[in-house]
Write a protein that binds this ligand. Structure first.
Ligand code: C5P
Length: 233
């Protein structure tokens, strides 16, 4: 299973993200393009970052009726990204439809990952607002099982749940984990967090790191620190 650090490029313009990526001095980290950048710039930003040689996780978290998700995934499959995602809350029929839509005529497709519960959601919100009266780890494991049986490649979850997901869905089922903070950085709105080193110990396959790198005085150094802590490289 390849392990990697994915930088969440949460910027509001192409200029801002190019200026950021230029600070990596020729290194080409795996990047995540989320809603903010995609809504600001559209598909051209994906093509340009790909052309620059980066692997891309297109994090648009689709969640709609199966037919709409299937057709949207067909459009996204033309963008040649490496990973994209849906919300597991859309249920198995939506996840299966997503997979069908994403698969190209030649049988190839990007990795398809399901968001279980957002890492900004805590146990209290799960119970009080979403009316799910179960421990978070159990909810995440159950959503992961649904994703695996729908044929998806893995889930987005907190590193706190990565070991449980692997125990339930197998070692080769991919865990992509945001909610990463250095021991000395601010949590911000994230609730279920871990350091890169602890995420590695917990079995995360990919860590997604945004503000600890994007807001750092020296983003390239913060990225190197993440790689050292997570990959031991
Ligand atoms: O800045 P920070 O490290 O908190 O960024 C985390 C990134 O991961 C954000 O782009 C956020 O949208 C994304 N994400 C998340 N929790 C999920 C799925 C995606 O934080 N469950």
């Amino acid at each position: 299973m390849p392990k990697d650090v994915i930088i969440a490029c949460d910027f509001d313009s192409a200029d801002a993200v190019y200026a950021f990526l230029d600070r990596f001095h020729g290194k080409k980290p795996f990047v995540k393009i989320g809603m903010e950048l995609f809504y600001a710039e559209g598909p051209s930003i994906v093509r340009e970052i790909k052309r620059r040689g980066h692997k891309i996780f297109l994090d648009l978290k689709l969640h709609d009726i199966p037919n709409t998700v299937k057709k949207s995934m067909t459009v996204l499959s033309g963008l040649d990204v490496d990973m994209c995602n849906v919300h597991a809350a859309g249920t198995s029929s939506m996840m299966k439809a997503a997979l069908e839509g994403l698969t190209r005529a030649d049988g190839t497709r990007p990795l398809l990952i399901a968001v279980t519960q957002l890492t900004s959601t805590g146990q209290e919100q799960l119970e009080q607002e979403l009316l799910i009266q179960k421990p978070m780890e159990e909810v995440v494991a159950s959503y992961a099982k649904n994703a695996a049986s729908a044929g998806l490649d893995g889930v987005v979850c907190s590193p706190l749940e990565a070991a449980k997901v692997h125990a339930v869905c197998g070692k080769s089922f991919v865990t992509v984990t945001p909610g990463i903070r250095f021991a000395d950085s601010a949590a911000g709105d994230q609730k279920r967090i871990m350091t890169p080193a602890d995420a590695a110990k917990a079995g995360s396959d990919y860590i997604v790191v945004g503000r600890p790198i994007t807001q750092a005085d020296d983003p390239a150094a913060a990225y190197e620190r993440c790689c050292r802590e997570f990959l031991g490289a």
